[in-house]
Design a binder for this molecule. Structure first.
Ligand code: ADP
Ligand code: ADP
Ligand code: MG
Length: 492
């Protein structure tokens, strides 16, 4: 393996290329028209334009990406996360083109892409699962009986769901049949598959997941847990390692369970096994994400393992160079996802030009970033701008560093989730470690944002407006001035 094409954009494309370079390999970036001067393009050894920014015409276009690999002579493709990363057909097409797909076998992607197939695969591997059905619900009468037996509230879930979409809480038996039908038609529209099932709704859960690494020689290890309970609309916003509630015995048990899940589907490479944890700290298997995860840096900082490098080594056929006993967790890492969204206005996407984009620096600060000052934030893609990750000796140390780093992160031109991150770091439940996945719903209000941030938001809006006016004026002058200037000069 000499040359790796990265089929992605933004911070994750940059992140992958960094490891490719560090390993002395060559990198190829792909980009759409709006990403022409993006950092991932500038960092790569070579780059290929995919054209039209619409995802279907660019980062999701299998034909164009394979053609880019052919013209540049790339021999492997790293998919990043999102886009084609969990598309088994893409993984197959890459292999059929004679290239290496840096990820698990397509069969493993397929099994884990369906929540029902995943439950089926891990049966017999002693994996605790949330009480519920393990086949698609079709008969409404029978489904209602099952729901009654589980006890309300229950959660109706789309088997093909992802990214927090395709889930419905049903509180009363009377609502169940209607909600079931709605869930099925929504699942059909969103995922092209109307299979839904029902699970007991866990009232005050934590989301805790385990990073695993498996090679092609039958070795599999886990790299401990990540706590991802700070979520908004079932989407993670703050992640950390280790979890403030996981004790040594639980860590060992949940890690071992994650390894068994990976073994159940013949997994290779880096993957994440997600669990939901109840108040008594019982953990239940939710799903496996068959790719690098957005929040992988907190694991890298606490274990010292470069996960992208390991993905590449595994894909090259190398055996893992370490066993479970060689791995340990050290210190505490926290990640904040910085989205171009407005926390003052219900987290609406905020598009515009990054008039100012100054990232913090320091020995224990890591910024995984896909943007630069002057760039436009395109509306075609996920609004993640960057991730701010800090490392501390312990949790409270990491929280203090995160607050300092947030205060040194300056963005103007779009609204971001930075003020929201500051709110999380300063909030009592987060600081105490006693919170669940409803943390944002239960504790966040616009009024809880720092007064300084309210002022800064107004100032930023005025600055953006003035900048916009200024640009319009400059364009106007450029437009009307050539003749005027030429005459002026001639006169002198
Ligand atoms: P993570 O735990 O890594 O955040 P997410 O489920 O939030 O996992 O998704 C990570 C990326 O994958 C995001 O960019 C998200 O938009 C994308 N994604 C997740 N599920 C889907 C899906 N079903 N279809 C398209 N993109 C998805
Ligand atoms: P997705 O593929 O959309 O990521 P998951 O099954 O991983 O779906 O669930 C996403 C989130 O939904 C979890 O992190 C958790 O917050 C919540 N959730 C999932 N299952 C349950 C459940 N049985 N009870 C309560 N909350 C749940
Ligand atoms: Mg999930």
């Amino acid at each position: 393996m000499q040359k790796i094409l990265v089929a992605n954009r933004g911070e994750i494309a940059v992140r992958v290329i960094q490891s490719v370079r560090r390993m002395g390999l060559r990198s190829v970036a792909v980009y759409s028209d709006v990403d022409r001067s993006a950092p991932h393009v500038l960092l790569a050894d070579e780059s290929v334009c995919l054209g039209d920014p619409a995802p279907a015409a660019s980062y999701l276009n299998i034909e164009k990406i394979l053609a880019a690999a052919r013209t540049t002579g790339a021999d492997a493709i790293h998919p990043g996360y999102g886009f084609l990363s969990e598309n088994a057909n893409f993984a197959r097409a890459v292999a059929e083109a004679g290239l290496t797909f840096i990820g698990p076998p397509p069969e493993a992607i397929e099994i884990m892409g369906s929540k029902l197939a995943a439950k089926d695969a891990v049966r017999g591997y002693d994996i605790p699962m949330v009480p519920g059905t393990d086949t698609a619900l079709t008969d409404p009468e029978e489904a209602l009986d099952i729901a009654r037996n589980l006890g309300f509230p229950v959660l109706v879930k789309a088997s093909a769901g992802g990214g927090g979409k395709g889930m419905r809480i049903v509180n009363q038996p009377g609502e169940f049949t209607a909600q079931l039908e709605r869930a099925r038609s929504e699942a059909m529209n969103a995922f092209g598959d109307d299979a839904v099932f029902v699970e007991k709704y866990i009232g005050s859960p934590r989301h805790i997941e385990v990073q695993i690494l498996a090679d092609q020689h039958g070795h599999c290890v886990h790299l401990f847990e990540r706590e991802c309970s700070v979520q908004r609309r079932h989407q993670k916003v703050v992640e950390e390692a280790p979890s403030p509630v996981v004790h040594a015995a639980m860590r060992q048990a949940i890690g071992a369970a994650a390894v068994r899940v990976a073994q159940a589907c013949g997994y290779t490479g880096a993957g994440t096994v997600e669990f939901i944890v109840d108040e008594a700290l019982n953990f239940y298997f939710l799903e496996m994400n068959t790719r690098l995860q957005v929040e992988h840096p907190v694991t890298e900082l606490t274990t010292g393992i470069d996960l992208v490098e390991q993905q590449i080594r595994v894909a090259r056929g190398e055996p893992l160079a370490f066993g479970q006993e060689d791995l340990s967790q050290r210190g505490h890492a926290i990640e904040l996802r910085i989205y171009a969204e407005d926390p003052f206005d219900d987290f609406l996407p905020s598009i515009g030009t990054l008039i100012r984009f100054q990232v913090p620096e320091g020995p224990d600060i890591r910024v995984d970033n896909g943007y630069r000052e002057g760039m436009e934030v395109p509306l075609h893609y996920d609004p993640l701008l960057a991730k701010l990750i800090v490392f501390g000796a312990d949790r409270s140390d990491a929280i203090s560093r995160m607050i300092e780093a947030i205060d040194q992160f300056h963005v103007q031109g779009v609204q971001t989730t930075l003020p929201f991150g500051r709110f999380v770091m300063c909030s009592k439940p987060f600081r105490s470690g006693q919170f669940d996945t409803h943390f944002v719903r239960d504790h966040f209000t616009v009024g809880a944002l720092r007064p300084d941030d309210h002022e800064a938001r107004v100032a930023a809006q005025i600055a953006a407006m003035l900048q916009h006016q200024h640009e319009k004026t400059v364009k106007l002058h450029r437009h009307v001035s050539p003749g005027w200037m030429a005459r002026g000069r001639g006169d002198g």
